[in-house]
Design a protein around this ligand. Sequence first.
Ligand SMILES: [Zn+2]
Length: 59
Amino acid sequence: MPTYTYRCNTCKELTEVNQSIHDIPLSHCLKCNGETNRIITSDFSIQFKGSGFYCTDSK
Ligand SMILES: [Zn+2]
């Protein structure tokens, strides 16, 4: 299942979600409900530093 990373336009929060291509994309920030942009990360992992990053692991 691919992992998608979204960045909030408002608070710059990064949210990583595991979802299938059939799932509805995360369009709003879980924190502030602002608009999010999907970041393409393909298959390599990126190390995010800072306190604003957390994982949403839906298995
Ligand atoms: Zn936000």
